[in-house]
Design a protein around this ligand. Structure first.
Ligand code: GCU
Length: 137
């Protein structure tokens, strides 16, 4: 199967708003995290089988300051992931995290770790064993 995309604008947003004023996003928009520690986006991710999967967060950060976020799966141990400047709010890149998912539904939450909030978040793409990755778009 191909990797599965989950749009941030369709996820559960805490302290953030859906916007579409910077081009290059997929779907209908992106999430602009509030500029506070703890703003978050939580995705419900379905996995066919338990095991390691690649979580790719597509983001833009038009500042020159890293906006690290804490990534948790099913409320487990937090992994700190960098979301560095991408050069412009309309320039999107992907940051990859490997995580172990359960078979069935999983919650993947990305929580801003600094008072700057998170980057603008477009989507989460999940690639499991045997999945083919789609071209970056
Ligand atoms: C600007 C930009 C937003 C971004 C914000 C931020 O306002 O237009 O898209 O989210 O900066 O610094 O978080």
């Amino acid at each position: 199967a191909p990797s599965t995309d989950y749009q941030a604008e369709s996820a559960t947003i805490s302290q953030g708003v859906v916007e579409s004023n910077h081009p290059g996003f997929t779907g209908s928009g992106f999430v602009n995290y509030d500029n506070v520690v703890g703003s978050s986006v939580e995705f419900t991710v379905s996995a066919a089988t338990a095991g390691p999967q690649t979580l790719k967060f597509r983001f833009a950060n038009g500042t020159t300051t890293n906006r690290p976020m804490s990534i948790t799966v099913n409320g487990g141990a937090a992994v700190n992931q960098d979301f560095p400047g991408t050069g412009a709010w309309s320039t999107w890149q992907e940051a990859s995290v490997t995580a172990t998912l359960n078979a069935g539904a999983n919650t993947v939450r990305a929580t801003a770790a600094t008072a700057n909030g998170g980057p603008n978040l477009d989507r989460l793409s999940v690639t499991g064993p045997g999945d083919t990755e789609k071209p970056t778009a």
